[in-house]
Design a protein around this ligand. Structure first.
Ligand SMILES: Nc1ncnc2c1ncn2[C@@H]1O[C@H](COP(=O)(O)OP(=O)(O)O)[C@@H](O)[C@H]1O
Ligand SMILES: [Mg+2]
Length: 254
């Protein structure tokens, strides 16, 4: 589904990603971990197509297409969903209206009829249950005055509504209490199918107590320097990141 090869990315002339290789297949959940400032959010931003990132080398292919050739909108239409660490606030636009517009846009692109009001409400009610989101929240403006937990619930709710093929969640556990964490993780687990894939980017192992990844990667100094099964996350929790740094500096890691 996603194949990243030798990806080099600079921000304002400074190289942040220095040759990332990553393959994600349908049906898989990948976790990307690593210390702060190693380029995790940069990787998510480049996949999303955000401005300000210069790809100087390498490629990203997504379902056989050159992802880097697609506009932000087309990436979303093609089923790429990125939940951000600091989601934007959209004042005056209710979540319901925002979602209906976004969903019908994607349906149109896929050659499907738009959902009418009743169909949309039914879908919304069904999907809200995934994140235990109350009706009250969906009538509020997007992210305005949301607590950290509410933002994250809303993000997973959006994911449930849009049914992306590839979802990338950046630091979903930042600022979440344990209940919100569990709800978000349950949402991710419930939405997992054999046809979609999720990349969870996180600094902490805690989230991975609830989301069981198929593969864990460590991003360090702009490269994925280590990959392994879910136990790697536990090892990182126990040992921290210092040993990664040491082994990396000794040339023991790629
Ligand atoms: N918009 C930006 N302008 C300048 N430097 C940035 C910007 N965004 C990120 N960086 C730098 O890129 C590096 C990687 O950042 P980031 O991808 O956010 O790391 P992580 O998500 O792993 O903590 C950091 O050194 C950060 O300071
Ligand atoms: Mg980050």
């Amino acid at each position: 589904m996603l194949k990243i090869e030798d990806l080099h990315v600079s921000i304002k002339g400074r190289e942040i990603l220095k040759g990332v290789n990553l393959t994600v297949n349908a049906g898989e959940v990948h976790a990307i971990m690593g210390p702060n400032g190693t380029g995790k959010s940069t990787l998510a931003s480049v996949i999303a197509g955000k401005e300000g990132y210069e790809v100087t080398k390498g490629s990203i292919s997504y379902n056989g297409k050159n992802l880097l050739d697609l506009s932000i909108e087309d990436r979303a239409r093609e089923g790429v969903f990125i939940g951000f660490q600091y989601p934007v606030e959209i004042s005056g636009v209710s979540i319901a209206n925002f979602m209906r517009t976004a969903l019908n846009e994607i349906r149109q692109y896929r050659g499907l009829d738009p959902l009418n009001g009743a169909q949309f409400l039914r879908l919304m009610n069904e999907k809200q249950k995934v994140v235990e989101l109350t009706d009250k929240l969906s009538t509020r403006s997007v992210n305005e005055g949301f607590s950290g937990g509410e933002k994250k619930r809303n993000e997973i709710f959006q994911m449930a509504m849009l049914e992306p093929k590839l979802a990338i969640l950046d630091e979903t556990d930042s600022g979440l209490d344990i209940d919100a964490l569990r709800i978000v993780a349950n949402g991710v687990n419930q939405l997992k199918t054999k046809d979609n894939a999720t990349i969870v980017i996180t600094h902490y192992q805690r989230l991975l107590d609830y989301i069981v990844p198929d593969v864990v990667h460590v991003l360090f100094d702009g490269r994925i320097v280590k990959s392994g099964p879910k136990e790697l996350a536990l090892e990182l929790e126990k040992r921290g990141y210092d040993w990664i740094k040491e082994e990396y500096e000794q040339g023991k890691l790629r």
